[in-house]
Design a protein around this ligand. Sequence first.
Ligand SMILES: Cc1ncc(COP(=O)(O)O)c(C=O)c1O
Length: 292
Amino acid sequence: MAAGEVSIDGQVVDSGEARVSVFDRGFLYGDSVFEVFRTYGGVPFGQREHLERLQRSADRLMISMPVSVETLSSEVAATLEAAGEGEWYVRVVITRGTGPLTYDPSTATTPLRVIIAAPVSVPPADHYERGIAVALLHASRPTDDERASGAKASNYLANLLAVHEAKQKGAQEALMLGRRGQILEGASSNLFIVKDGVVRTPERQTGILMGITRAAVLAAAATEGIGVEEGEVRPEDLYDADEAFITSSIREVMPVVSADGRTIGPGAPGSVTKRLHEAYLRTVAQATGAGV
Ligand SMILES: Cc1ncc(COP(=O)(O)O)c(C=O)c1O
């Protein structure tokens, strides 16, 4: 499989040749927004939803989108075309661009767009078969601040340090706690719990990223006739849940079987989780035509 391709401001280049300026504010300050999605059978899933969220993230941070969602879609298609056969991880980044070495965002006037198509790396099968462990942590992310809340901003330092800490505790994902001690979301995922057959997930008002996978899973639950609530999820709700799972575009629906070393339910992936993962894969298959 090829190493992938990159598109910079609409020009496709081999990934080894892709370069951006050291004066780019994305590099200097994490002053950029991004999206990640993947292909199934070579076709991106949820691309429009992701690119529309990118537009909203850019609006939130006052980065003017350099091109329309339609143009960006064509550029993703051209990048995938150049990448050739295979399944691709697609990352789209819009930075505020280059400017003088000052924090004032108004000094950068030409945003830069980068599309990366890299071979997709999926989680090990054993994570789906046995489930993963999570650790609950306090972290203060730029998007926990009202000014940036809800935006998918590239500054993930707090998230990656939280993942590092979670891994040291033997967990595969960090769950972020809000100021009132409620669970917000994973470092790169949304959380769901299942109690007495009802699915529950933190609500929009907490400032979480409204995951594209989260939305697809909520729609799948409605189709399956599974009850859903959006509301506060406290650590004790997770510890006492019958089942739990996280969602993201790369991990899809991943069972969680322990939190902070406490076993959730029977300590094995639950039936509602499995049903929702299968339903999610049917949604993906319908949308992309891929046999997943
Ligand atoms: C903080 C955060 N929450 C949730 C998600 C899941 O979003 P999606 O389902 O759109 O991939 C991500 C994905 O990277 C994320 O970074």
